[in-house]
Write a protein of this length. Structure first.
Length: 577
């Protein structure tokens, strides 16, 4: 996800228990549904769990639509292809177009094996609430002389989505930069000549032109049916199948036989519910979860032999993301303001000023759109928190978030914030005139997947990192950071950072460069800190880091340099005191 500039969200895949895992016995794709792959994400907090339940429920309804369609009678490839009811799964045209582009490229690259019912993978965007297809196990033979799906079969065995995405795919292939592709291939151990690459691109283009001119059969869905009605044999691996539903709003479960003629229903404590639902949405039902089932059934005077069945989790029967309901205000054709309950604000369009006031712990606001230029934005947090719970909204960590924006001459301030980040920038680029952060219960400003230049920064009295940078390119100057509970400046996850005119006073760590990041500090003064300069690897998927400081003063510290064996710290000229 991080390599594609995506924030953490549910990863969903086909459940292979009755297909791949059972392949040597009986292949039962009629029992295939979706499952959550990254269960740890769901268990982090209440909103992540609700988002995971929502995403798996929506995707499972797509799998059920697949079973209640005429797709298998239409000779598509692969034979076990998942037929996606896009009118249900995608509610915005731009997201549907991305899906069609992906489907077209899978056929063009001879990677249609990726489209099978148990090989499908999706990322669910927790902010915008839509599904992005993820490539997995395509088994492409596009580099070979003969393809798994030759041109003749491609004409008759591809989908309507592949046809509708072919034009955009042709434009994409046409605009590819050969030199960048060849260099990337070389860095990954494959040496290819330019003529060879052109030959492959020509083959892909030919296949896309075939897709563009196909007349595929249309799959018909019975969207009213949300049950596994087409299962003829409800026994597999010696056990019968039982269907599991939930009502997340009330911590309830409902377990039924295939025909839904025999069901039991019970509710449980929230802690037990979290344990059970995290297993269910991953389609894993271990001994611990079955024991809890038995305890709850006995408590509710139900007699049900849980150990005798295989279970399929279908979906939540209630509306479960009501807590994430937001309002939208459009500011001209420039940008949009999304805000949740607990946020009030005033817009002064004449003077280009927006003032937010946060009154509830779950209150959040975020701004996205085309661009924001010459605006001043502030947020004051008047909420109260209990037990260090910072609240959540759409999985955004900032009290105020700027996401997918072009920014020019923006001025931002925050006061007394009680979120994981006071301000968060995600996938944004441009220039910021000034950032002013006064008092935060956690981090000050978090920059993710962005390319930003900031001219002035002042941060005082935050309990976490004052400034946190990841996965981007950043140029910051005129920085004053005081009373940072953790790191004053944290640069990580392959970031490139250049900073100048920096003053740091009273922080656990001054400047920290980690996880494959390159950091250059032109001049800095550091006072009252444990480690003035640090460089190290924190996450195993990265390498060490590099930190170069050209002019510095370091006073009242324990360690001037802290680094591991994989990292480099270079200190050049030292200022005279």
């Amino acid at each position: 996800m991080e390599s594609k500039n995506l924030i953490e969200g549910p990863i969903l895949e086909g459940d292979e228990r009755f297909t791949i895992d059972n392949h040597k016995k009986v292949y039962r794709d009629d029992l295939s549904l979706a499952r959550l792959d990254n269960t740890n994400y769901a268990l982090k907090n209440d909103i992540n769990l609700k988002t995971s339940i929502f995403s798996i429920s929506k995707l499972n309804k797509t799998y059920i639509n697949h079973g209640n369609s005429n797709g298998k009678d239409l000779n598509f490839m692969p034979l076990d292809k998942l037929f996606v009811n896009t009118s249900y799964l995608f509610n915005k045209k731009e997201n549907l177009k991305k899906f069609q582009l992906y489907e077209s490229l899978m056929y063009a690259l001879d990677s249609q094996h990726n489209l099978s019912i148990d090989d499908r993978r999706f990322y669910f965007d927790p902010v915008y609430k839509y599904f992005k297809p993820v490539y997995y196990d395509g088994k492409s033979k596009i580099l070979e002389n003969n393809q798994s799906l030759p041109i003749e079969k491609l004409r008759t065995s591809s989908s309507i989505h592949a046809k509708e995405g072919a034009s955009s795919a042709l434009d994409l292939i046409k605009n590819l930069n050969n030199q960048k592709i060849l260099l990337r291939l070389q860095n990954n151990g494959l040496n290819m000549k330019n003529s060879e690459l052109n030959s492959v691109k020509k083959k892909i283009t030919n296949r896309l032109e075939v897709l563009l001119n196909t007349k595929p059969n249309l799959v018909q869905f019975d969207s009213e049916k949300l049950a596994l009605n087409n299962i003829q044999n409800n026994r597999v691996k010696g056990k019968e199948i039982r269907l599991v539903y939930t009502n997340a709003a009330n911590n309830k479960f409902k377990i039924c036989n295939i025909s839904l003629s025999n069901c039991i229903e019970f509710e449980t404590t929230f802690e037990n519910y979290k344990t059970l639902i995290s297993q269910m949405i991953s389609q894993k039902f271990n001994k611990k979860s079955l024991n809890i089932f038995n305890q709850e059934a006995n408590y509710n005077n139900k007699n049900f032999p849980f150990n005798k069945y295989h279970y399929l989790f279908l979906y939540d029967q209630a509306a479960i993301i009501q807590k994430n309901k937001y309002e939208l205000i459009k500011v001209g054709n420039e940008f949009n303001i999304f805000y949740s309950d607990g946020i009030n604000f005033r817009i002064d369009k004449k003077n280009k000023n927006i003032s937010f006031i946060k009154s509830k712990v779950d209150g959040r606001a975020y701004i996205n759109g085309s661009s924001i230029e010459n605006w001043s934005v502030s947020i004051l947090d008047n909420s109260t928190i209990k037990n260090d719970y910072y609240g959540n909204f759409n999985n955004l960590t900032g009290c105020l978030t700027f996401i997918d924006l072009n920014i020019k001459n923006l001025t931002i301030s925050s006061q007394d914030t009680k979120c994981e980040d006071a301000i968060n920038f995600i996938r944004s680029k441009g220039t910021i005139e000034k950032i002013d952060i006064l008092k935060s219960k956690s981090d000050g400003v978090d920059f993710d997947f962005s390319s930003l230049e900031v001219k002035n920064v002042f941060v005082n009295n935050v309990q976490g990192d004052c400034l946190d940078f990841s996965f981007g390119n950043y140029k910051i100057r005129n920085i004053i950071l005081k009373n940072c509970g953790d790191k004053a400046i944290s640069i990580g996850e392959k970031s490139k950072f250049v900073g100048a005119d920096i003053k740091i006073e009273n922080a656990l760590s001054g400047v920290s460069s980690k996880d494959s990041s390159d950091t250059i500090i032109e001049n800095v003064q550091v006072r009252k800190t444990k480690n003035c300069f640090s460089a190290y690897r924190k996450k195993q998927e990265f390498s060490g880091s590099k930190l170069v400081v050209n002019d510095y003063t370091c006073k009242n510290y324990q360690n001037k340099i802290f680094k591991d064996n994989n990292s480099i710290v270079i200190l050049n000229k030292k200022k005279e005191l």
